[in-house]
Write a protein that binds this ligand. Structure first.
Ligand SMILES: *[C@@H]1O[C@H](CO)[C@@H](O)[C@H](O)[C@H]1NC(C)=O
Ligand SMILES: *[C@@H]1O[C@H](CO)[C@@H](O)[C@H](O)[C@H]1NC(C)=O
Ligand SMILES: *[C@@H]1O[C@H](CO)[C@@H](O)[C@H](O)[C@H]1NC(C)=O
Length: 475
């Protein structure tokens, strides 16, 4: 015990003598050579130095110092007359005057910051200016708190919520990185619509969900992250469901969007956007493997890595193709290639779209995404122009593509019926209603009924037989 105390005392002495040495080396000569603190930059103008020291010294007193960051500063009157190595609070504490440098610092949450300091206010960077005021950028953010509150207060029939994955992004970034489907060209938009023989709409139920009709065959919404490639996600999702339904569950592949993103290069830009007609061309002529075989990794990759195609196929007759490369995922050996037939365009008629979904499975649709859609949480979405009074930078839209998996109707408290589509998005399962959303039906809301696509998987009896065994063996 005593020994310990003595050790501590020795240590304290050592520390003291070291401090004395340091003070001696910081002599007056150094003081005169050093640049004035207030010119090289006072980094702590509000700190307590002379005050903490317990006072100021008259005239010149080389011992009248206080540690200041990695050097020392003075609290004697001399410092003002010569090179001004005065402590930051010298003027206010010792002279009772304002310091000779401008108060270029800004206040935030009771703390002081220097000019040039920055912080991020949602999506906008704020910088402490020379005038002592924060200057913030003026971008529209993807998540605007007052928009969320306004939507929830006014009751548009849907609820809005904050999403941490969108927080801090600008609206422009959201539109540029979270969508990614080029609006079909006029020629494609004018593509013939399939003629359907409808006998009225007598046998169309008021509610229908593909997930209920085909359990285990409808794939869960994926998350495209900040990869601007809904063109690949919606196409792969619709093809996955259609192949599973058509093969009666003998094959239930979740097709790989990454395979399309990295390998479908004809007029396509991977995570910088693409076209759904091009995606369907690729699915038909080249085919893609499963998500398990070729997992989505664009979120963690550089554009050059994303652009490297890791899957190759070759023709094996009658248009069928076979993989000639191993899966990019070394844990997966199942590099079966899945293909589709040519896609077909449906009319914009609500009942024809319903019939198609009920008979053949989910369809693909383009959709104009407006600023408010990002904060959708639940309910029946209708574009709510809550930002109508704000500058145009707050009111923007761009083209997206989604999968429609069903429909329904719901009465509100006034007894009015609201019809909706069920859409599957590609923003992960924590967005919306478990990754899905409902949107007003029959009014071409956000152009959801303007360009609707159906497709057949390329499924032969042989495929069904083979895959059946395949699964059998794995068990
Ligand atoms: C301190 O320096 C300022 C600026 O050079 C001068 O105006 C002021 O008179 C000085 N004060 C003292 C007490 O020397
Ligand atoms: C939204 O979420 C982010 C991250 O989770 C959080 O920092 C932010 O304060 C939230 N914004 C609002 C308006 O609630
Ligand atoms: C996202 O995709 C769309 C549609 O292809 C394209 O117009 C846009 O430029 C893309 N944005 C970025 C940042 O690549």
């Amino acid at each position: 015990m005593l020994k310990l105390l003595m050790l501590a005392a020795v240590a304290a002495l050592l520390l003291l003598s070291e401090e004395g040495m340091a003070a001696r080396t910081r002599s007056r000569t150094k003081r005169e050579l050093a640049g004035p603190l207030h010119i090289t930059g006072i980094r702590d103008p509000f700190g307590s130095y002379c005050q903490r020291r317990g006072g100021c010294c008259p005239g010149r007193n080389d011992q009248c110092t206080v540690p200041y960051l990695d050097t020392i500063c003075y609290c004697d009157l001399f410092c003002n007359r010569t090179v001004s190595d005065c402590c930051p609070d010298f003027w206010s504490h010792c002279l009772g005057t304002n310091p000779p440098y401008p108060p270029s610092s800004c206040e935030r949450n009771g703390q002081r910051f220097h000019s040039g300091a920055t912080y991020k206010e949602n999506c906008n960077l704020c910088t402490c200016g020379q005038n002592g005021r924060w200057e913030c950028e003026d971008h529209a953010c993807l998540i605007e708190d007052d928009m969320i509150q306004e939507i929830n207060r006014r009751g548009y029939g849907w609820r809005a919520a904050n999403y941490s994955q969108f927080w801090g992004m600008t609206l422009d970034e959201g539109l540029r990185y979270r969508l990614g489907t080029q609006r079909p060209s006029r020629t494609i938009m004018n593509m013939n619509e399939m003629q359907m023989n409808m006998n009225g709409n007598d046998n169309l139920p008021s509610n229908f969900n593909a997930v209920t009709k085909w359990p285990g065959k409808i794939h869960e919404p994926l998350d495209q992250g900040n990869c601007n490639a809904s063109w690949a996600f919606s196409t792969a999702a619709v093809a996955s469901d259609r192949i599973s339904i058509q093969s009666m569950g003998h094959m239930t592949p979740q097709l790989s969007p990454q395979n399309l993103i990295s390998c479908d290069k004809r007029h396509q830009d991977g995570c910088a956007g693409g076209r759904i007609d091009g995606a369907w061309w690729y699915l038909r002529r080249r085919g893609v493997v499963t998500e398990e075989c070729y997992p989505f990794s664009a979120a963690q990759q550089t554009p050059a890595e994303v652009a490297r195609c890791m899957m190759q196929t070759r023709a094996v007759g009658r248009g069928k193709r076979q993989a000639t490369a191993h899966c990019p995922n070394s844990h997966s050996y199942h590099n079966d290639v899945y293909q589709s037939t040519p896609p077909y365009r449906l009319s914009s008629n609500e009942n024809e779209i319903r019939k198609e979904i009920m008979d053949n499975g989910p369809v693909q649709a383009i959709m104009e995404v407006h600023e408010d859609f990002f904060v959708y949480k639940s309910g029946i979405y209708r574009h709510a122009d809550v930002s109508y009074h704000r500058p145009s930078q707050y009111r923007k839209h761009a083209t997206h593509s989604v999968r429609i998996t069903g429909w329904g109707e719901e009465s509100d408290y006034t007894g009015r019926t609201h019809k909706y589509w069920i859409g599957a998005n590609s923003w992960g399962k924590n967005w919306g209603e478990d990754g899905y959303f409902r949107i007003a039906r029959g009014v071409n809301e956000c152009e959801i009924e303007a360009f609707v696509i159906g497709v057949w998987g390329r499924v032969t009896m042989e495929d069904m037989h083979n895959h059946h065994h395949h699964h059998g063996r794995r068990k």
